[in-house]
Design a protein around this ligand. Sequence first.
Ligand SMILES: Cc1cc2nc3c(=O)[nH]c(=O)nc-3n(C[C@H](O)[C@H](O)[C@H](O)COP(=O)(O)OP(=O)(O)OC[C@H]3O[C@@H](n4cnc5c(N)ncnc54)[C@H](O)[C@@H]3O)c2cc1C
Length: 477
Amino acid sequence: MIKHANANRALKRRLGRSVDTSEKGCWAASFDSSKLFFLPCAVITPRQEEEIGEVLTLANKYGVPVTVRGRGTTLMGSAAPVAGGWVIDMLKLNRIRIDDESGMAHVQAGATTGDVQRAADGAGWFYPPDPSSKEFCTIGGNIACNAGGMHGGKYGVTRDFVICLRGYLPTGEAVQWGTATKKNASGFNLRDLWIGGEGMLGVVTGAVLKLVPKPVSRWTLLTAFKTETAAVNAARKLFKQRVQPAICEFLDRESVHCAESATGRSVFQGQNDRAVILLEMAGSVSEVKEQSKTVRAWAKDHAVAYRVARDRDAAEQLWEVRRKCSGAMFELGDSKLNEDIVIPMRSYSKFITFLRKLKTSSGLAIPTFGHLADGNLHVNIMYHRDDPKESKIAEETVALLMKTVVELGGAISGEHGIGLAKTPFLRIQYSAAEVKAMQAVKNALDPKGVLNPGKMFEVFEMWKHQKMTIHLPWDHK
Ligand SMILES: Cc1cc2nc3c(=O)[nH]c(=O)nc-3n(C[C@H](O)[C@H](O)[C@H](O)COP(=O)(O)OP(=O)(O)OC[C@H]3O[C@@H](n4cnc5c(N)ncnc54)[C@H](O)[C@@H]3O)c2cc1C
């Protein structure tokens, strides 16, 4: 018997052309970038925001699980419909309007981050949150995961740019959290509850986003260090001088080797086997000029070598290094546990020491890179899935990593969220009372538990589940 057959019929009667129950349509919505596979029984692609309220009302009536999908770029399995049911695909809700006077972008949740950035840029404004997946991922997905990116240290993450939200409660009622004004102190701030809510507390249909003046000048510098410890200690000294790089990307030696193997070029000619930091200063001409002087002096004092990009093309070549390192890691193992932990600056050097020992004790390659200005490091545990011994070591290694991160005062996720992949570690970060409070919020807003069930609180051991073999548009070649 087809699951939810009555509910599907009611859905089709109500929303007709927006509903797809075909095998092909359901298959396309059955996975996200985690490559875990769970078949839904209908996909709704609303053309009007109101349709979402109707879907949720029916879901509550018939007890059908609902998962919202931006573009499915999450690596955590948070958009995978683990309980089946219906998927709401936000693809067609993608309008963008720039309020030039107030410096705000009025966007529908299905607009991609890249399109929002281009619209802002066209009007002389700048929208800084820049997940590397920005040409694919949506503003709704960014809000649900509180997405970050390389600009986090100077500008902040998605949360810092959301002025107000509108959408639907899991029960199907329309709500708006906040107003399109720069100030609002009216009532509880439920807007911030939705940001990072991972699509479990409501469906975002639209947002008003803060824009900042476009930086007119940029200056890019590559620095090389003998060791990872030397690199992170040097970065801390730079921050103490009140320098705020727009980007400050660290690559450990293993990541540098990956980038070199991907590009076939030396990352820093004449400097073999070095950890590197790529810096970009951005702002007004005078601001960048002033800061670049300080940074150059810092590089002279602390780096073994440094190179300033002559122009934007040269800078782009340096950024290519950063972009390419991640894909090349699959030469070190066919599977990756891709962690996006956050470490407080004071613990940088302790963490680097821990990581060095972890690499030795596990025998696994663990290339690590990330954003030093906000402590968000991408730790990539590489292993071979068909090797039971390596898989077991990878599982133990990630658990030890998470425990240490929390002991050092850090966070188990800085930008990807919990989804399914990080559920085994939620209780390392939060006490029983804290998890209970989160569950109480979920139950209050979603008494029938229809919206994105099975995520966050129920432990899901990702490494025990078969993944699909599929190449997604954003996967590295
Ligand atoms: C190559 C690559 C690079 C990446 N780089 C970064 C990076 O630099 N920084 C970073 O932060 N992340 C990064 N990510 C992760 C991912 O792109 C982000 O988490 C992104 O925010 C997900 O957006 P999406 O539209 O694809 O959402 P999806 O993956 O479709 O969904 C993610 C979660 O958001 C929920 N959701 C989606 N839309 C809505 C909505 N309208 N209302 C309520 N809930 C909703 C879903 O239910 C799900 O829980 C990267 C991913 C890839 C594949």
